[in-house]
Design a protein around this ligand. Structure first.
Ligand SMILES: [Zn+2]
Length: 70
């Protein structure tokens, strides 16, 4: 697998998936990914992304019930 940005070799490894949302940031560690050995570009597999997106949906459902004051 080649990097779409620099053409470098993508290596199968694990990386941290980060999500920036209004009001919070999520860091999910050890997600299987391909990382470019040249530029560091990350590519996550669709199956992994689907799992993470489901996780976020569940989380946001729960967040609606949490009220933070201050
Ligand atoms: Zn690259």
């Amino acid at each position: 697998m080649k990097c779409i940005y620099c053409g470098g070799e993508m290596q199968r490894t694990k990386s941290t998936y980060t999500i920036d949302r209004d009001g919070y940031h999520l860091f999910i560690k050890d997600v299987p990914a391909y990382v470019c050995s040249q530029c560091g570009e990350k590519h996550f597999q669709e199956s992994e992304v689907a799992v993470i997106q489901q996780l976020i949906r569940d989380l946001e459902k729960n967040l609606e019930r949490v009220h933070v004051s201050g």
